[in-house]
Design a protein around this ligand. Structure first.
Ligand code: CA
Length: 655
């Protein structure tokens, strides 16, 4: 897989502008360049450099130059020569950048640490299934006027505590803490290209899947995009603010493609090396991302770049986990190396991604980190689109229905997704389709930034049903996410029925990647408007965190301790869990019928979750025949005999 260049020139050392207070060493790998030089700029507004420093090439293909003196805060570029043509490029290893990422910055990153930074650490995560993930876009979080943030749309909005909405309910970071999620997954925070950082007061929006400088935080989220130190210091403050609340930070990373292709920094520094190509002489860029190119992860120095970049974020910013966009474009070996290196830095690191591509790729099928190859990348979890579509209907057909909103006859698929896509002895006909042996590889979700929100989907599938009825469907979908084996994942605002309506309110945005704030932003007053829904999600999260039986990791253990219940009323799916930390038996039912059903309890059980409420304290007990509401979830628990004396219906302390 490595090219001849790799064999001849592969390099294992540090690259970039390596700063110390008395000198900076520049190192760029470009074995076939005819010449290279560093250009230094006092300001990112300058058009001409104040110094030009020719570099010298070593036998390892690395061009080097040492500049003496303290260059902290100085901007720089490289000028590379190929075929007699000079091109100016930003160092792909640059740690910060000027406005719009057009120049790199030499930076003393340690000087950007917030006070107390060294005293904090990664969040603890014993196993992946202990995580509850909350997917959030930095701008969406704070840009709406209902939020009342000082730092609207900026990293620093995460340090703002004590804010409330119009009804007095907590918002912002206090809200995330109250909800109880373990990890905030931030949509792209590295420097992306579409938003014009020189004009941030003009409303502009993009999700950020258009990478420009991978090791640099996005400038439009900082208070001063013209000062490369601001973005570094402020992103660290965001991470620290979440860590102080005990919440981990996952970065959404997009190494599978770059925003620019022929004129990207990678291509200017070493033309064509970093990309997969096709054509007789490799004259075309392949496009497995659907974004114009795809990164050649299998090449030695491309792989090294990704690993170096991830390790940098993990060490320098104490990032707790990474979400890989279009992971099907990564070769499996690279991902396994990534996992190995990151675990050496932080054994609790959380890694997951999209097990598919965005188009056809020359990467051979069995080398790709696809969902169906999951077993060969055991430290990576995969989004379960099977779960998503089974629960609410096909993602790409607005009106297609799933289990909670009216589909019939898919109960066996529901069982298959509830156990985390592992083979389960009670569903033998479907086990051939299972793609993992551990739910630690399965991310269960009903809503993410892509496609319709769950609430909008329910509008399309059930527009003639009342809001109350659709809320019941939403709650059931959420209960399935948090009560299934696997890693639960929600999109921010899902807990208060997030919606992305076009003006008029009867059509909804299923691809809001560059839609205005009015569509994308979190509307914080909805938290109070749908307080009951918020409380339900919060209760589900608390319940899941309190009960180990929902967080198993092994297929044999699940085969033994998770038993589906036969002979239930039509369409009802139920299972019993054994071996919980608190319950002798935990019984879970989902009733997607519009009408109530009668069930029978052999003994006395506490009801912890029903169609109305969810939590860690039993609302009532049932014994013998009892009724279960239509469109609802029920969770019954019987406290273990050895605990029942001392136990225990006190809610755990919230901190
Ligand atoms: Ca940018």
């Amino acid at each position: 897989m490595f090219t001849k260049t790799d064999e001849k020139y592969g390099y294992d050392g540090e690259l970039g502008a390596i700063y110390s207070s008395d000198k900076t060493e520049f190192k760029v790998w470009a074995p076939e360049a005819a010449a290279a030089r560093v250009q230094l700029y006092k300001s990112c507004r300058d058009e001409t450099p104040y110094r030009r420093l020719p570099m010298e090439k070593g036998r390892d293909g690395v061009w080097r130059k040492t500049a003496f003196g303290d260059l902290n805060g100085t901007y720089y570029t490289y000028v590379m020569t190929y075929d007699g043509i000079e091109q100016e490029a930003v160092d792909i290893y640059a740690r910060s950048a000027g406005v719009n990422g057009a120049m790199g910055m030499i930076i003393d990153t340690k000087a950007c640490d917030p006070a107390g930074w060294d005293k904090q650490d990664y969040v603890k995560l014993e196993k992946y299934t202990d995580a509850c993930i909350y997917e959030l876009h930095v701008r969406d979080f704070s840009i709406d006027k209902s939020g009342n943030f000082c730092y609207k749309g900026r990293f620093l909005a995460f340090i703002e505590k004590g804010l409330v909405n119009a009804a007095g309910d907590s918002i912002g970071i206090d809200h995330i803490k109250e909800l109880g999620v373990t990890h905030v997954h931030l949509m792209p925070c590295f420097d992306f290209s579409t938003v014009d950082e020189s004009d941030v007061h003009r409303p502009q929006f993009n999700w950020g899947y258009d990478p420009q400088n991978y090791n640099v935080p996005e400038g439009s989220y900082s208070t001063d995009p013209f000062d490369g130190k601001a973005r570094v210091a402020e992103f660290k403050r965001l991470v620290y603010a979440l860590h102080k609340e005990g919440i981990g930070v996952v970065m959404d990373v997009v190494y599978n493609h770059t925003a620019a292709t022929a004129d990207s920094n990678f291509n200017k520094i070493y033309p064509k090396y970093y990309y997969r190509l096709w054509g007789e002489n490799g004259e075309y860029f392949s496009n497995g991302s659907g974004c114009g190119n795809e990164f050649a992860t299998e090449r030695k120095m491309a792989r090294k770049f990704i690993i170096d970049s991830l390790c940098y974020w993990a060490k320098e910013y104490k990032i707790d986990g990474f979400r890989f966009d279009l992971m099907g474009l990564y070769d499996k070996e690279t991902l396994n190396l990534i996992a190995q290196k990151l675990k050496e830095i932080n054994p609790n690191v959380l890694l997951y991604g999209e097990g598919w591509t965005g188009g056809d790729s020359p990467l051979e099928w069995d080398m790709r980190a696809m969902k169906l190859n999951a077993r060969s990348t055991p430290d990576l979890a995969f989004f379960s689109d099977d779960f998503r579509d089974t629960v609410k209907g096909n993602n790409f057909e607005n009106r297609d229905k799933g289990y909670v909103n009216g589909a019939t006859g898919n109960e066996e698929y529901v069982k298959e997704v509830l156990c985390g896509r592992i083979p389960h002895p009670q569903i033998p006909n479907l086990t051939q389709f299972s793609w993992t042996d551990t739910p630690a590889q399965t991310v269960n979700y009903a809503e993410a930034h892509d496609n319709l929100t769950l609430w909008d989907k329910l509008y399309y599938t059930n527009s003639t049903d009342s809001i109350e009825k659709r809320i019941r469907m939403d709650k059931m979908a959420a209960a399935m996410v948090f009560l299934a084996q696997g890693i639960p994942f929600i999109q921010a605002g899902q807990e208060f029925l997030r919606s992305k309506p076009f003006p008029g309110g009867t059509a909804f945005d299923h691809n809001s990647y560059k839609s205005p704030d009015a569509i994308n932003s979190l509307k914080w007053n909805r938290k109070s408007e749908y307080k009951d829904v918020f409380e339900y999600y919060k209760g589900l999260i608390a319940f899941r965190k309190a009960h180990s039986a929902f967080r198993m990791c092994d297929k044999d253990e699940i085969g033994e301790k998770m038993k589906y219940i036969d002979r239930l009323p039509q369409r009802v799916v139920g299972f019993v869990l054994y071996g919980d930390n608190e319950f002798e038996e935990t019984v879970v039912f989902f009733n997607p019928n519009d009408c109530p059903v009668t069930l029978h309890a052999f003994g006395s059980y506490g009801v912890y979750i029903d169609g109305e409420k969810a939590g860690v304290v039993p609302m009532r007990t049932v014994e013998g025949d009892y009724e279960m509401d239509g469109l609802s979830t029920m969770v019954l628990g019987r406290v273990r005999a050895d605990l029942s004396e001392e136990k225990v219906y006190d809610a755990p302390a919230t901190d």
